[in-house]
Design a protein around this ligand. Structure first.
Ligand code: 13P
Length: 252
């Protein structure tokens, strides 16, 4: 089963508009391939300018945002709905990032609603899972991630689930410079695929794209990407540097 390879850059709450545009201009000049799919994920405020620019230069680089609200519209000051994202022709939305779970108290139950809202608008959710250090130290990572999958995603029909991209981001590897070893990443990705096979089917599991995230850099990407169940990366810090992000993309 040939799966899409995806290299996505989550800018988080970084870069002013001019810096973000400069970064995306550099990427668009250098990156003209369709494989792997390259996705940039700026803050909401800048995402439409980035999307319009990339369309104007016919770039294959795609755009995502970092969150969405579970309701379609209404009195939710400060929030952005999946239908608004869709109306900007932005295809991807990150959901369940550990920073949203940790700092904004997003629960699996809330995320299950957000995923449904995103899919209902034809968006592609990049759904993040991953355990904290204490859980890894107690070897509880498989149970922890299995629970996140069950509560956040397994309410979806097989047809809906097939659209979802999963990102395994162990919290202890995010922004720390400590990447999961290629073996740790492969073991967890294979485990995730196994859980999907049990809940849905072997065919759905084989088609699911599973990205790794956590201190991915140009220097370590290749070792991760050669693992059979690693279909790409969700990159934080290194995606703010055009050269490093391009090097990651060329490592697949
Ligand atoms: P870093 O690549 O900076 O560790 O961040 C990973 C991440 O959280 C991407 O969503």
């Amino acid at each position: 089963m040939k799966r899409d390879k995806i290299v996505a850059g989550n800018w988080k709450m970084n870069l002013g508009l001019d810096e973000g545009m400069e970064l995306v201009e550099k990427l668009a000049k250098a990156y003209t391939h369709h494989e792997p799919r390259m996705v940039v994920i700026p803050p909401f405020l800048h995402a439409l300018a980035v999307q319009n620019y990339l369309q104007s230069v016919h770039s294959p680089i795609e755009v995502g945002v970092q969150n969405c609200h579970q309701e379609t519209k209404g009195a939710f000051t400060g929030e952005i709905s999946a239908s608004m994202i869709r109306s900007c022709r932005i295809p991807f939305v990150v959901l369940g990032h550990s920073e949203r779970r940790q700092y904004f108290a997003e629960t699996d139950a809330l995320l299950a609603q957000k995923v449904k809202a995103a899919l209902g608008q034809g968006l592609i959710p990049i759904y993040c899972v991953g355990e904290p250090l204490t859980v890894r130290e107690g070897s509880g990572q498989n149970d922890f991630v299995a629970h996140q999958l069950e509560k956040g995603l397994f309410h979806l029909s097989p047809e809906q689930f097939k659209e979802v991209v999963i990102a395994y981001e162990p919290i202890w590897a995010i922004g720390t410079g400590v990447t999961a070893s290629p073996e740790q990443a492969q073991d967890m990705h294979a485990f995730i695929r196994h859980r999907i096979a049990i809940h849905y089917s072997e065919a759905v599991a084989a088609a699911t794209r599973i990205l790794y995230g956590g201190s991915v850099k140009g220097s370590n990407a290749r070792d991760l990407f050669v693992q059979p169940d690693v279909d790409g990366a969700l990159v934080g810090g290194a995606s703010l540097d055009a050269d490093d992000f391009l090097r990651i993309a060329s490592s697949i």
